[in-house]
Ligand binder design. Structure first.
Ligand code: SIN
Length: 549
């Protein structure tokens, strides 16, 4: 075992430009911006984001946001569907919070300015996999995330209490001598200088890590930076073996794995195999079975040839109205979905695990909160129900603000109390860019992505997981130089990969997004428990699922 790496980079305290605020929000997707807006009612808030403010997984969300608002629906039905999809690993008390507080948060989101599609004056609702009701709000057909992000960004920009700084890469979390998180060490990508952003409360909302896989629906920013930084700061990570593979992404040579929303199947599209036969007909739920089941069924079918999604049962008018982005994108790649089935394949989509939190977003490290995809409070269990993630960002982002209010300390941390790196580069003050030899290596990134896809992907087994975990750990603990953001991301991807592979290796059963071909059964007696890992010792421990379904 190599040395533990508390900081990604050997920085020094002097020469770092220091900023402070009451609340520091890291990330600008739905969880980050909604938390910032709520917190700004009372506090001075800084939002840091590594690229432009709109660049996040949220912006790419198509299907929508699940919420029980229809007369025929109820939070109880939404609760039951979420638990069923979660394959025995949801915490029922947390799911209850999601479904009961969700409608109020969605109303607030609409008050902020998000406009959802309507039909005859009423909010239009669609259906997705494993939902017993039509309860998915959508916007501009299939551009729901874009619309939500637009509204949140507009509100944040007009708020005098929120300062947004773009092009800021969070290198690591900072702590004081008592082990409290007091801020973040940040790389200003424009100047190449290090900045110290201090705050009384730090909220991680850095999103997911789909980029650790060769094929993903996630944008290039989703490299697991917040999860890896929390890990280095000593926070517990929970349920990291549970990665969701979205069943239907565009499978065309030289095209990105563009998401083809589950709502397409919700509106009636069929999956067909190379022989033109529907192969989900005998599976309970058919095309709308839980995501993990549909993804594996497609994967299996692909042994015998391509799998296609046939839009034609939906009808031209509905396709054009509900799925304009998908229609245009497929057309750009030469496929007219009005007439021709589209080749599809699964790709990494969502991390159910993340930084372990309670129902108020508190992590195992004081003053560090986490919300959205980088967090895990067991609301999604082993397999997230479609369109519950945007709701999760709202509900638990809002609860973080409640808790910050309760615990707020008016005295902001000072730079003097920040614990600097042991064995850093001395008191000279340095910028990251330029001084160091290049680690990166697009090839290292490619190797990680291939290794993860081939061995820690949709189907897993002991030999592959062991090999992947050992190799990734060896790479992670190699001494490498960091010369810029690409290298920092690659280092974080390595950390994320190790943690996923180790948890997946240890779990000798199949459940939700984790499928072991050598242990194909779900074993509740032995494995109905959450995995926890922290950097200390690199071992996986377990805690029971709280409550009963
Ligand atoms: C989709 O539109 O299929 C994705 C929605 C989600 O991930 O919940």
């Amino acid at each position: 075992m190599g040395t533990l790496r508390r900081y990604l980079y050997p920085w020094a305290k002097s020469g770092v430009k220091v900023f402070d605020s009451d609340v520091l929000v890291l990330g600008s997707g739905i969880a980050g911006l909604y938390t910032a807006i709520k917190a700004s009612e009372q506090f001075q808030v800084t939002v840091l984001t590594k690229k432009k403010i709109e660049e996040s997984n949220t912006e790419h969300a198509q299907g929508g946001i699940a919420v029980a608002i229809d007369e025929a629906d109820s939070p109880t039905l939404h609760f039951e569907d979420t638990l069923r999809a979660g394959a025995g690993l949801c915490d029922p008390s947390i799911v209850r919070i999601l479904v009961e507080e969700g409608p109020t948060c969605v109303k607030e989101l609409m008050d902020i300015g998000a406009q959802f599609d309507r039909q005859n004056g009423q909010l239009a609702l669609t259906r997705e996999g494993a939902h017993s009701q039509r309860r998915i709000l959508h916007a501009q057909g299939d551009a729901t995330g874009w619309e939500i992000e637009r509204a949140l960004v507009a509100r944040v920009k007009e708020s005098p209490n929120v300062t947004v700084r773009e092009g800021r890469f969070v290198v690591d979390l900072l702590e004081n001598g008592n082990g409290d998180i007091v801020g973040a060490l940040v790389l200003n990508e424009e100047t190449g200088e290090l900045e110290g952003h201090l705050a009384s409360a730090v909220v991680l909302a850095t999103g997911g890590l789909g980029q650790v896989y060769r094929f993903t629906t996630n944008p290039s920013v989703a490299t697991g930076d917040g999860i890896a930084a929390a890990w280095r700061a000593g926070a517990d990570l929970m349920d990291m073996e549970f990665v969701q593979f979205h069943p239907t992404t565009l499978l065309i040579a030289n095209a990105p794995r563009f998401l083809i929303s589950e709502a397409v199947r919700g509106e009636g599209a069929f999956l067909i195999n190379a022989a033109g036969k529907r192969f989900m007909e005998n599976v309970p739920g058919k095309e709308l079975a839980p995501r993990d089941i549909v993804a594996r069924a497609i994967w299996k079918e692909m042994n015998d040839g391509l799998v296609y999604l046939d839009f034609r049962p939906i009808g031209k008018e509905c396709i054009l109205e509900r799925f304009p982005t998908i229609y245009q994108t497929c057309l750009k790649y030469g496929i007219n979905v009005l007439t021709t089935p589209v080749p599809v394949a699964p790709a990494a989509h969502y991390m159910m695990g993340g930084v372990a939190t309670n129902s108020y977003g508190e992590t195992s490290v004081r003053h560090l909160y986490a919300a959205g995809e980088c967090a895990c409070n067991a609301v999604h269990g082993a397999n997230r129900l479609a369109s519950n993630s945007l709701l999760d960002g709202l509900v638990f982002g809002s609860r973080i603000v409640e808790r910050i209010r309760d615990k707020f300390q008016a005295t902001r941390p000072s730079w003097e109390e920040v614990v600097g790196p042991e064995g850093g580069v001395g008191d000279t003050g340095i910028g990251i860019i330029g001084a160091r030899k290049q680690l990166n290596d697009q090839s290292l990134r490619n190797q990680i992505q291939n290794l993860m896809w081939d061995n820690v992907g949709i189907l897993r087994n002991e030999a592959g997981l062991k090999m992947a975990a050992e190799l990734l750990l060896a790479w992670e603990q190699d001494n490498f130089f960091i010369s810029g953001v690409d290298d920092l991301e690659t280092a974080n991807m390595l950390t994320a990969g190790v943690v996923i592979a180790k948890a997946a290796f240890k779990r000798q059963e199949s459940r939700g997004g984790h499928f072991r071909s050598d242990y194909p059964l779900r074993l509740d007696g032995l494995w109905r428990k959450h995995s926890l890992q922290c950097m200390e010792g690199y071992y996986v421990r377990y805690v029971p699922v709280s409550g009963t379904d």
